[in-house]
Design a protein around this ligand. Sequence first.
Ligand SMILES: C[S@@+](CC[C@H](N)C(=O)[O-])C[C@H]1O[C@@H](n2cnc3c(N)ncnc32)[C@H](O)[C@@H]1O
Ligand SMILES: [Zn+2]
Length: 280
Amino acid sequence: MFKALSAVQDVLRCPHCFESIEIEDGIAKCDAGHSFDIARQGYVNFLTNQTFIKNADTAAMVDARLKMHTRPFFQDLALQLADICDGLCRGVSQPIIVEPGGGTGFYAHVVSQTVSNALAVSFDISVQAAKVCARQSDRVAAVVADVWQQWPIADDSADVVLSVFSPRNFVETERVLKADAVLIVVTPEENHLVELRNRFNALSIQRDKSESISSALGNFTKIEQMSHQSIELLDGLAMYDTLLSGPNGHHIEAKDVQVFTHAEPIEVTHSVNISVWKVV
Ligand SMILES: C[S@@+](CC[C@H](N)C(=O)[O-])C[C@H]1O[C@@H](n2cnc3c(N)ncnc32)[C@H](O)[C@@H]1O
Ligand SMILES: [Zn+2]
C-alpha cells in the first residue's frame, strides 16, 4: 500500500528540517525525529502550519478532472509527454519524475508507465487530489505539499520536472533537477477552450503566459517547443467538467450543472504549448 512512497524515499526530504525520510510501518519519519502518518489511501501530508492553503482543488474539481482526462485530447497529451520523457531519459537506470501541482497524478502516471523503470513523486496542495493520486499507481508517490515553499524533495534528484497547467516555482525546480535534467512545461494557448469560455463568459487565459515563462526562467534555455491541438465535440456534461477542472472551477457550484445538462454540444478547440527547458 505504501509501495510508491517507499520506492522514492531516498528522494523525499522532511518539510521541517530537510533531513532524509524513511517510510516504515505507515509512517514517514525523518532522521531528526519528525514523523508524518501515511493516510490509509496511501498519500503523505507534508504541509506545515506555515502553509496558507489557497487554490487547492476541491473534491468536485478533482472528480471533474478525472472525467476530463478520459477524453482523447488529454489521453494523447499524456502519451506525447510520455514519449518526450522516454526520449530524454534514455540511458538513465531509474528516472525520477517530479510533478508539482500534479493533481490526480494523471500525467506522472502515464509517463511512469512508458519510461522504463521510472518512478514519480506527484505533489499538490489539495488533499482531495492526493487521495486520488495515491490510488493511480504504485510508481507514483502522492504527497501533499505547497509549490511555493521548499519542496520536500532532495537537491539534484529529478530527471524531469513536469509542470502541466500548474503553478510554477522555478527556483525549486532548478534546485531539485539533476545536472542536464529537464523541465517540461505545458500551458494553455490563447485559443484553448475559447468557444467554451465565450459561451459561458468564463475566465480567459492570461495573455502573456508564454512570455512570462520565458522571462521568469532566467537560468533555463528552451531546447524544444511544440503545440498539441485538437477540436472536440463536447456535450453539456463534458463542458461542465472542463470548466470545473480549470481556473473557473473555484467559481462554479454544484447547482450550476443544471445549466450545462441541457446545453447543445459544441465543437471546442483544445490547444496547449509544450516546452522543454534545461538549466544553462
Ligand atoms: C489546473 S490544476 C492541474 C492539475 C494537474 N497538473 C493536471 O493537469 O491534471 C492545478 C493544480 O495545482 C494545485 N495547486 C494550486 N496551488 C498549489 C500550491 N500552492 N501548491 C501545490 N499545488 C497547488 C491545485 O490543487 C490543482 O491540482
Ligand atoms: Zn525533520
